[in-house]
Design a protein around this ligand. Sequence first.
Ligand code: ZN
Length: 238
Amino acid sequence: MAIRVTFWHEFRHEKTVEKVKSIYPDGLHAYLKSCLECDDIKITLAALDDPNQGITDELLENTDVLMWWGHMAHHEVNDELVEKIRKRVYAGMGFLPLHSAHHSKPFKRIIGCTGNLTWGRNQKAIVWNLAPWHPIAKDIPLNFQIIEELYSEPFYIPKPDEIIFATWFEDGNIFRGGVTYRRGLGKIFYFHTGHEEVESLKDQNVQRVIKNGIYWCAPESTGSYNGDNLHQTEPILK
Ligand code: ZN
């Protein structure tokens, strides 16, 4: 069965900023969907201004991997929805936040951090592949170059399980730009690319990393255990 991905997108910049609209006329979520969807991956688009802020209970229940892009309206996301997302991740749903989702409510709630970092102008960047043996780095060269918004250390996150990519920036900064966590039964991969005013999401290596991330974040099993608290009423020994 194909991995059921929901890509939640704030989808505001493309409506209000001409430059962004010209790069992604239908939204960066629709653009990435057209690049990533295949027999193994089916993507449902969701946006902040949709009913229920794009995510109904039914959609959440039928999502294997939730992708997230937000920037200017993190504060508008409903706290109740954020808590539902956290619970689903703890029960096994994958979570793949991109770029400025480091400041999104779901990222901060699931990981347990402020997500603060240092940021600056768009510039040349080299993404270094620190874990070429890892499934997320499959078919990714040892390094590749993009234009991206400066994100820099210190990045206020708990120690990641794995640092898959670290990015060097032209201004001299470095950033742990591709990190994994496990929270509950769920797997999380944060990747820093995807500023709305540059075209890094059109880079083939960036798209491959995101696709690899979807495969890696997908739940490993569809078994019946969902992490619920169980009350045993009968002894096991007969
Ligand atoms: Zn940005």
